[in-house]
Ligand binder design. Structure first.
Ligand SMILES: C[S@@+](CC[C@H](N)C(=O)[O-])C[C@H]1O[C@@H](n2cnc3c(N)ncnc32)[C@H](O)[C@@H]1O
Length: 235
């Protein structure tokens, strides 16, 4: 069984696609997708030998003929256009950006990429926009007190993004749901803590205080809009 984060990634994989999982580690994702018959073949790639060994160990014998294991940095072990979909999950947004930008021609040769940054989500969204990728689907998942944003992207021009949509994808706000509600409550309470600490400081922190107040206001606005939409959907 996959964790909610990996499950949400699996849901973005298209039926019948060929897939490469970059930074596969345990290999749980391609194994589950092969088991379910969603994909026919997969390439499990990792820059380190130990994770790749663990992916091999976790692959049942009957699936091994459908799975290739490749050692290498980022997209290097994958040929241009070799698969339909690429997954890069569980890494920082900057590292994901480095992997994508190492060879743009190759990166653009895949029909879509499913990305799940652990940190620097806003950075990655801006980076994708600046480099001609658009987000075609996105979702938010909660595991305990951790929140993950998962995005499916394709080569194509992204529209201008509002600052708030760099932090929380427009598609995630559009979908709504319990993970988003919990994330907004969590972020607002974190900002309230920061603001109460800044209130103890003098005037020299005024600029910082205004910045956090603005961010809080944006999040409250999103919360209000999502709440109003939920309300009207239930009427
Ligand atoms: C935290 S694990 C994530 C595993 C899995 N993708 C997931 O989301 O559960 C990160 C994996 O990425 C691998 N990795 C880190 N940098 C990489 C790179 N530049 N190219 C390929 N794999 C990389 C690591 O060796 C590690 O196995």
């Amino acid at each position: 069984m996959l964790t909610p984060r990996l499950e949400a990634i699996a849901e973005m994989v298209e039926q019948g696609a060929t897939l490469a999982d970059i930074g596969t580690d345990h290999g749980y994702l391609p194994v589950a997708l092969l088991n379910r018959g969603v994909i026919e073949s997969a390439i499990a790639a990792d820059v380190n030998e130990k994770p790749l060994e663990s992916a091999k160990r976790n692959t049942p014998e009957n699936l091994k003929e459908h799975m290739q294991f490749r050692l290498g940095n980022g997209l290097e072990p994958i040929l241009e256009g070799e698969v339909d979909q690429i997954v890069i999950a569980g890494m920082g947004g900057e590292l994901i950006g480095q992997i994508l930008s190492a060879d743009w021609k190759k990166t653009r040769s895949f029909a879509s990429l499913i990305l799940q940054p652990m940190v620097k989500v806003s950075y990655l969204r801006e980076f994708l926009k600046d480099n001609g990728f658009c987000i075609v689907d996105e979702t938010m998942v909660q595991e305990g007190n951790k929140f993950y944003q998962i995005m499916k992207v394709k080569h194509g021009q992204e529209q201008e993004l509002e600052p708030i949509h760099l932090e929380i994808g427009a598609g995630i706000i559009e979908k709504g749901g319990s993970a988003l509600d919990a994330f907004l409550a969590f972020r607002i309470s974190r900002i309230d803590r920061i603001l109460s600490q800044l209130d103890q400081c003098g005037k020299e922190k005024e600029q910082e205080r205004q910045m956090w107040k603005k961010k809080r206001q944006e999040l409250v606005e999103v919360k209000r809009n999502v709440g109003a939409r939920n309300h009207s959907n239930h009427q």
